[in-house]
Design a protein around this ligand. Structure first.
Ligand SMILES: C[C@](O)(C(=O)O)[C@H](CC(=O)O)C(=O)O
Ligand SMILES: [Mg+2]
Length: 302
């Protein structure tokens, strides 16, 4: 029965995440801004779901500057994680405090049903990794953050991903040195934030032995590489963190403008998700097996 929550256990999702990272195939994790989007990501055959801090903040009408709390992030993250059978990797920013808080973050995210998270080496308050003016902590400080996180983990398959923001501040070589220190501290996956181009991804790949994650965020510092290019470069995972929100908000803004200008949404119907597709994603008919009184409607135009 998976009508009310995920059918796949947290443990099995984490096993799947590990297997995917070790498979030699690029794992594609689009960002889900809601549980419904996670269902669509699963339906379309992606390997996992990403839960973005930038999106979680934006959804609350806030900038991505470390204002959200662990409680908010774990709460929303858990709702999204349970909406599909895919593993979910969540953005835990700097871990919500000093090393002991980062440790508690891991325990809380495990309890919420996430399959892994990333911790970054920025100072508090953090910023979007693709903006100027961010700063990183000393390598030793981040190593403490990671060691605390790794020690707190109860499920060895919960993926602890270390993100380095150093490329844009200290340069590529320093970012690679940091990544190596983070591997020694127990990181399972390295998030190479804000690299410029394919050549930099290639250098990172040659220097670091564990799985690597690429961030294909739009309007940022990185060239947008295809899944095929990233796979050929030897990367193990890619996130499209804010993409679904940007697509949706672009459509919402255009639609609202048209309604305001014309007084009707009639011209927008072709671009909308049809009621029947929404109901298909939500698996309306299957709830009928649970309670025939619930499924007592027909879908117009379906
Ligand atoms: C990946 C990221 O941390 C996120 O919160 O989604 C952001 C994405 C973005 O702001 O484009 C980041 O890269 O800092
Ligand atoms: Mg973020």
């Amino acid at each position: 029965m998976d009508l009310f929550s995920s059918a796949t256990s947290d443990a099995d999702k984490r096993t799947a995440l590990r297997a995917g990272l070790n498979s030699g195939e690029l794992q594609r994790w689009p960002g889900a801004f809601s549980p419904l989007v996670a269902k669509l990501i699963a339906d379309l055959g992606f390997e996992g779901v990403y839960i973005s801090g930038a999106v979680l903040s934006a959804d609350l009408g806030l900038p991505d500057i470390g204002l959200t709390t662990l409680t908010e992030v774990a709460g929303r993250g858990g709702q999204i994680a349970r909406a599909s059978n895919l593993p979910s990797l969540i953005d835990a920013d700097t871990g919500f405090g000093e090393p002991m808080s980062a440790a508690r973050t891991i325990a809380t995210l495990e309890d919420a049903g996430l399959s892994g998270c990333h911790l970054e080496d920025q100072v508090n308050p953090k910023r979007c990794g693709h903006l100027d003016g961010k700063a990183v902590v000393e390598t030793g400080e981040m190593v403490k953050r990671l060691r605390a996180a790794v020690a707190a983990r109860r499920d060895d398959n919960f993926v602890i991903c270390a993100r380095t923001d150093a490329r844009a501040i200290e340069g590529l070589d320093a970012a690679i040195d940091r990544a190596k220190a983070y591997v020694d501290a127990g990181a399972d996956l390295i998030f190479t934030e804000a690299l410029a181009d394919a050549g930099e991804f290639e250098k990172f790949r040659a220097a670091v032995e564990i799985p690597l994650l690429a961030n294909m965020t739009e309007f940022g510092k990185s060239e947008l590489l295809t899944a095929e290019q990233l796979g050929d470069l030897g990367y193990n995972a890619v996130i499209y963190p804010v993409t679904t929100l940007r697509i949706a908000m672009g459509a919402v803004e255009a639609g609202l403008r048209e309604i305001s200008a014309t007084g009707t949404q009639a011209g927008l119907l072709d671009g909308m998700q049809h009621r029947s597709r929404l109901y298909e994603l939500l698996r309306y008919p299957e709830y009928n097996e649970f309670d025939t009184a619930t499924f007592n409607f027909t879908i117009p135009g379906a």
